[in-house]
Design a protein around this ligand. Structure first.
Ligand SMILES: *Cc1c(COP(=O)(O)O)cnc(C)c1O
Length: 397
């Protein structure tokens, strides 16, 4: 079989070097097989693409602008451009993937959608497309996150979704993902599982990366238009499971002149036990169906992650990013809670943009790296900060 993604370093079994694959219980094999078949059948189908593109344009509001942040550029003596995924309908990049996945679910004849969510952004995006397409929607969410992301919980409910609080483990994203997988095992016939990031068993990481690749596809046009340079010098994105980074990097992975930087959540610091920097402190293992870098103890037990940002509070990372980091193609940095808060206040005060806490980790690169006066630095602003106002105010500057 021809690999569907000439842009990704992935083989037909979903391996990125030694990372990836599909480590799943027997009971899920046929689900995964059907999904992969449908994905291969439809992802590049002209009629599917036309429907997806129309919704991206008229419903999500794409293309998202590439905005030159003048005051920030002046302060850091470089050229900073923000890819405004925060302006998408529902406030983050998650909707790009949710729409394409729901279109696929409909073509597979599925009527029931399940999803996991951390900060609630993926849950809201999924509940939104389910309302749009008349699909039943159940969202698994850690009880801790239900408490700290109340506005998103209320949005999901208003959209008609059932929100199921999960109380196992740390009651956060990892635990919600476990429950969603369990649900999928029990309801293979009618249920489509929309995963919110480039994680999970093959074909999810590849599929979600492709459904987010519109981000860098637009940059390919926008960068020359705005800067006169063919390509950016740097593309920077925060990384939880890795979907906004995958979308922002996708069309640049095979262009070595473009430096790619992923920023993980260091939490209270990568030298403390309260961190979510899975690449920095993790080791190789298997989580949620794929071999990747994850935070685990010597017995292979998952170490509970910590970040101030619910969307980055995940003990693993997608296999694509484990591979890109391992091969040196992507440089990985980690920003602490405090660095992210500083970056969020700075962006707000200099540009009038309140970023999501997750995206603030990408913005923190400006405190960590010095860029050249001629460099074009594109930072993917993955989402807006409305959902995080309570946290920002509690840490007021
Ligand atoms: C979910 C989320 C993230 C983290 O997920 P990725 O899959 O790593 O992109 C980052 N930013 C925002 C705004 C999010 O909602």
């Amino acid at each position: 079989m021809q690999p569907l993604n000439p842009h990704l370093p992935v083989d037909n079994h979903g391996y990125y070097g030694r990372f990836g694959g599909a480590y799943i219980p027997e009971i899920l094999h046929s689900n995964i097989e059907h999904l992969e078949k449908a994905y291969r059948r439809w992802a590049d189908d002209p009629e599917f693409k036309a429907e997806y593109d129309r919704l991206l344009r008229d419903y999500v509001g794409r293309p998202s602008p590439l905005y030159r942040a003048d005051r920030l550029s002046e302060k850091y003596a470089t050229n900073i451009y923000l890819k405004r995924e925060d302006l998408n309908h529902t406030g983050a990049h998650k909707i790009n993937n949710a729409i394409a996945s729901a279109l696929l679910a409909k073509r597979m004849g599925k009527t029931r959608i399940i999803a996991e969510t951390g900060a609630g952004q993926h849950g809201v995006a999924t509940a939104t497309v389910c309302a749009l397409m008349g699909l039943e929607c159940h969202v698994y969410m850690g009880a801790t996150d239900v408490a700290r992301q109340k506005p998103n919980v209320e949005r999901m409910k208003m959209l008609g979704a059932e929100v199921i609080p999960v109380t196992s483990g740390n009651s956060t994203l990892k635990d919600a993902t476990n429950e969603a997988i369990r649900d999928w095992c029990c309801n293979p016939r009618d249920t489509f599982y929309i995963i919110g990031s480039t994680v999970g068993p093959h074909p999810y990481p590849e599929m979600v990366a492709k459904f987010q690749s519109v981000i860098s596809e637009e940059m390919l046009r926008q960068v020359p238009e705005l800067t006169g340079k063919e390509l950016p010098d740097y593309v920077v994105a925060c990384i939880g499971g890795g979907s906004n980074a995958a979308g922002a990097f996708y069309h640049f992975i095979d262009k070595p002149g473009v430096k790619l930087i992923a920023v993980e959540a260091a939490g209270k610091g990568t030298d403390t036990s309260e961190t979510a920097a899975s690449i920095a402190v993790g080791t190789e293992g298997i989580i949620h169906g794929s071999r990747t870098m994850l935070m685990q103890d010597d017995d292979g037990q998952i170490i509970e992650p910590y970040s101030i940002s619910a969307g980055l509070d995940y003990p693993g990372v997608g296999p694509l990013h484990a591979f890109l980091a391992d091969s040196g193609r992507v440089e990985v940095e980690a920003a602490t809670d405090l660095e992210a808060l500083d970056a969020a206040y700075e962006l707000t005060r200099l540009e009038g943009i309140i970023p999501a806490l997750e995206s603030a980790h990408a913005m923190a690169i400006l405190q960590k790296r010095r860029f050249g006066a001629d460099d074009i630095v594109v930072i993917n602003l993955s989402g807006r900060g409305d959902k995080d106002l309570a946290t920002y105010l509690a840490n007021r500057k």
